[in-house]
Design a protein around this ligand. Sequence first.
Ligand SMILES: CC(C)(COP(=O)(O)OP(=O)(O)OC[C@H]1O[C@@H](n2cnc3c(N)ncnc32)[C@H](O)[C@@H]1OP(=O)(O)O)[C@@H](O)C(=O)NCCC(=O)NCCS
Length: 200
Amino acid sequence: MRRPSAAIGALRRAIGRCAGVPGSALRAGLSLVEDLRCRPAEPADLEFLATMLGEAAVWRPDKPTPTGEEALADPHLATYLAGWPRPGDHGLVADHDGPVGAAWYRTYTEADHAYGFVSAEIPEVAIAVVASRRGEGIGRRLLVGLIEDSIAQGHPALSLSVNDENPARLLYESVGFVTVERRETASTMVRHATSARRRG
Ligand SMILES: CC(C)(COP(=O)(O)OP(=O)(O)OC[C@H]1O[C@@H](n2cnc3c(N)ncnc32)[C@H](O)[C@@H]1OP(=O)(O)O)[C@@H](O)C(=O)NCCC(=O)NCCS
């Protein structure tokens, strides 16, 4: 198995770093949003993360999105953020004159988990970008940054759940997530720390 540092190096060379360090943010697959900053999510970001959770839960543009408050009041959704930050939680917030997107992961147990659970060792990702800022490369930068951080923290893989019609699936596949389980209308995807990125 490749050492984590080697895997991070390979991923960085392939798809660049979220923080937008000059010279790295324009690597293949990443567009540069001028002055975009990705920073670690703090306890005070809970409200924004909850808003992003609502966006991720109802991703179809033609359907009303739950507010952050509504998302946290829904026990199925609240699982993704209850008690934030719990030990092992990690997230990134993309800032561009205020928060414009967030991605985070959390580990779960067999007894208490979210939709994309695979094992207690593999954290599950949630991600969303504010509707008016989608399609600018922000989501990709958040996800790449989160993958890098997960490797640096020694996690063997990341998982997530995605509706089969959600175009976010293309983003996930392009950074190395593969489907490991299909349910009625959604799939569980996993990206191993040693996975190669796939593009196009
Ligand atoms: C999914 C999401 C986080 C992606 O963030 P983003 O900033 O819009 O994505 P990017 O601009 O970085 O694009 C990355 C890739 O996403 C894919 N993609 C995402 N949404 C897409 C859409 N509506 N149509 C086509 N492709 C889309 C494309 O493959 C794109 O790759 P490309 O740049 O090579 O075309 C964002 O669209 C979002 O918040 N969606 C609603 C919430 C959601 O669905 N969350 C995930 C739940 S599983």
